[in-house]
Each structure stands twice: as C-alpha cells, then as structure tokens.
Design a protein around this ligand. Structure first.
Ligand SMILES: [Zn+2]
Length: 236
C-alpha cells in the first residue's frame, strides 16, 4: 500500500520520491506521493516529476488502480529506481481543497437542519455540484443553507484530522452520512473534524481552517427527478 502523503499533510506540495514501477511507459507508481487520485467526486492532481538530471515529466492525470496511486505522465523516459522530485500544481489543488471543505460545510447544514443527504458530488476548479435526496423542489432550503454555511465559515472553525478504529467509528453512524470521500483503510478510518460542527470519515484533502474557503455563491438548482435534486455553487 503506497503511503499517500496528503492524508497527514494536505499542504505538502513538493517532496522527493523513487519510481517504484513504470507501465506502458507512462503510468508511474512512486514509493510515496502527495498527488491526489480522482475520487470521492474530487478531481485529480496534476504537476511535475523531475529526475536528478533535470528532465521534467508533466503529470496529466492521477488515479487509483488496484489500491495504488498511478501518475500518468505525458512522455516516456522515467525508469524504475529513478530518484525524482515531485511538485504539485498547487493553485489547482488548493482550490479543490477549498471546494471540498465547502462541500463538507454545506452538506453538514443540509443534514442537520433539513435531514437531507448528499448522494453524490463533483468538484472541479470551476464549480461544485452536489446531489441531494430532496423529495420536493425547494430552492429556499438551498439558499438558506448556503447563507448558514457562510455564517459557519465566518466562525473560522479549525479542521482537524484524526484516526479511529472501524469498530469505534461504526458506533457513530453520522460519520458515514455523506457520500463524499472514502476511508483509506479498513481498520483505521480517517476522520475529518470541523471542530464544533461536523465529523466525517473521509480520505480527501481539506483546508486547515474554514476561513480559507472564502464565500459560497449559489449558482443553480435543478430537478433531476424524485429524491434527486442538484445544486451548483462556486466559491470566491
Ligand atoms: Zn472531505
């Protein structure tokens, strides 16, 4: 199991690594990585892998395959055993961290105040899409929930990460109420704790304090069918 460095430090943006394997010349497995693989509705990281002799390989996609994080580079040349330096496209990653944490806040409000659950989400650097199990179309609930989310963000609550055994975590079903993120390990679950507001089992990247999110802006609300309503928002 490759150690995902972003699990313990979402702010790590460069590090040294060794190429563990190369398949089809362009799919790279590293001994350790902070590149986030597409998952839990969140887009993948991009960036660069640079060799000791200063050859630069652009990482154009990161995905998880057979439990390993695979980096797709745009040209051949990396070899097993190469010592490399990795660098994230930090602007992109940080924006995704802000969007992802904003989704935690909004989904927490929707659940606590209206008992609505998030059934899916898709976060890009342009906008966030959140799907809800809402029966009747009620845009006021969405507008009010976004207003309340912004009030919570203004409280500048810290966001902590800790680990809990599955046995312990299963005593708190609310930890699994959202379909966002993914626990990374069967026996030891990673919990994201927005202090004093909401906790979730989650494997993604978050900002350290809600103040980093900025402001959530409502964009659109679409009826996709019974118990299926879709919200779009941006952050500024
Ligand atoms: Zn999360």
């Amino acid at each position: 199991m490759v150690k995902a460095l972003y699990m313990d430090d979402s702010y790590l943006r460069e590090w040294d690594a060794v190429v563990e394997s190369v398949s089809q010349k362009k799919f790279i497995i590293l001994d350790k990585t902070a590149f986030f693989p597409k998952g839990g509705g969140v887009e993948y990281d991009i960036g660069t892998i640079t060799t000791e002799d200063k050859q630069v390989f652009n990482v154009v996609y990161t995905g998880k395959f057979s439990g390993k994080i695979s980096h797709e580079v745009e040209k051949a040349g990396l070899q097993e055993g190469d010592k490399v330096h990795c660098l994230l496209d930090w602007e992109r990653r940080y924006l995704l961290m802000r969007y992802h944490t904003a989704t935690h806040v909004l989904s927490g409000v929707l659940f606590k105040d209206y008992n609505l659950k998030v059934t899916g989400n898709q976060l890009t650097t342009d906008k966030a899409r959140v799907d809800l199990n809402m029966a009747e179309m009620d845009v006021n609930i969405i507008i009010k929930s976004i207003e309340k989310s912004n009030e919570i963000i203004e409280k500048k609550l810290p966001v902590d990460i800790f680990y809990k055994s599955r046995e312990e975590a299963e005593k708190e079903p609310d930890l699994f109420k959202l379909a966002i993120g993914f626990p990374h390990d069967i026996d030891n679950l990673r919990i994201v704790d927005i202090k004093g507001f909401d906790k979730q089992a989650d494997g993604g990247c978050h900002v350290k304090n809600l103040k980093e999110i900025g402001t959530i802006i409502f964009k659109d609300f679409i009826n996709k069918g019974k118990n299926f309503k879709r919200v779009y928002f941006t952050i500024e």
